[in-house]
Design a protein around this ligand. Structure first.
Ligand code: CA
Length: 324
């Protein structure tokens, strides 16, 4: 009888043969499965919830596709001559969503992040949605652990819809946070709000509550780094930490086709990435989420790949400022 486990040359038991080049570190190689150890730095958490979306959405599938997209890229930034191969990122897995109960699922996100932030003071979460409703519980968890939270929201939409008409959906996360007094209007900076994508009522609601709103016109007319420098300078005296929420639909439909709410006239992908790297350098920035990618609508995972680059640029910023 033959011995089990005898290696047959060139036969890869895992399936497809893989090209290995030992000079290259792939971005997914810096991801480590979390096994309960102390977290001094970054951790990915998936929040696969999209039943809370106003329109049809498969964004619950995005944590998987964004993670997978990391394997397509390396850890080296040629523009800054920075290699993030030592920026270890724990993968904490996904928050288990209830099959039908949306508020319960949102509470689970809040409780999970609250618990981890409490246990691991230096944890910098990278939350992968899901639709934009997942940001509200995540920011609530920040508030519980980190004091006054400032939010920089990249978005085509205000997400300030009233809660009476549909509960806590992906149209209401920032209204929820204002009404629950988790943040004040002046602690919220919205970037990339777009034409013909919002009603005047919600713009007025934002203005009346002191939300700082930069439209796409503002983004076009000012380099993204100086616009964000203004936002940071404005927020810093008011808050203890800054949380960055990236609704991928801030990006033009040509660059991010896999969003449920696509449209023209949005940000180009390079501006977003440059902005995220810049924000990563800022020590006040202690968490980020990436939401509203629906892999079932995407083209060749273009939008998940952009999501993966948001993670990499964020890590690059942190690596550059040695803030990790
Ligand atoms: Ca949004």
């Amino acid at each position: 009888m033959g011995e089990y486990g005898v290696k047959i040359p060139f036969l890869n038991p895992a399936g497809a043969a893989k090209f290995v080049d030992h000079q290259v570190t792939k971005a997914n190689d810096i991801i480590k499965t979390w096994q309960g150890e102390e977290i001094e730095g970054f951790g990915i958490i998936g929040a696969p919830l999209s039943k809370s979306s106003i329109s049809h959405s498969g964004a619950a599938l995005a944590p998987t596709t964004i993670r997978r997209a990391l394997s397509a890229f390396t850890t080296y930034s040629i523009e800054d001559d920075v290699d993030i191969k030592d920026c270890w990122v724990f993968d904490l897995g996904d928050v288990t969503m209830h099959v039908t109960d949306i508020p319960l699922s949102q509470r689970r996100i809040e409780e999970t992040i609250t618990e981890i932030l409490k246990e691991h003071q230096n944890f910098i979460p990278i939350l992968l949605g899901g639709d934009h409703s997942v940001s509200a519980p995540s920011i609530k968890a920040f508030k519980k652990n980190k004091g006054t939270v400032g939010v920089i929201q990249f978005d085509a939409h205000h997400d300030l819809r009233n809660l009476q008409d549909g509960g806590t959906t992906n149209g209401t996360p920032f209204r929820t946070l204002l009404e629950d007094k988790v943040i004040e209007g002046k602690h919220l900076v919205q970037i990339g709000i777009r034409d013909f994508s919002n009603s005047k009522e919600y713009f007025m609601y934002g203005k009346e509550n002191g939300v700082k709103i930069y439209t796409m016109k503002d983004v076009r007319e000012k380099p993204i780094k100086s616009l964000l420098a203004d936002a940071i300078q404005y927020l810093k005296p008011l808050v203890d930490v800054i949380y960055v929420s990236v609704d991928m639909d801030v990006v033009d439909q040509a660059h991010a086709p896999g969003c449920p709410a696509i449209g023209p006239g949005g940000m180009d992908s390079q501006s977003l990435l440059e902005g995220i790297a810049y924000l990563g350098e800022e020590s006040y920035v202690k968490g980020i989420d990436i939401v509203e990618i629906d892999p079932t609508l995407d083209v060749r995972d273009m939008t998940s790949r952009l999501g993966a680059h948001v993670i990499l640029q964020f890590l690059k910023g942190k690596r550059k400022s040695l803030d990790y």
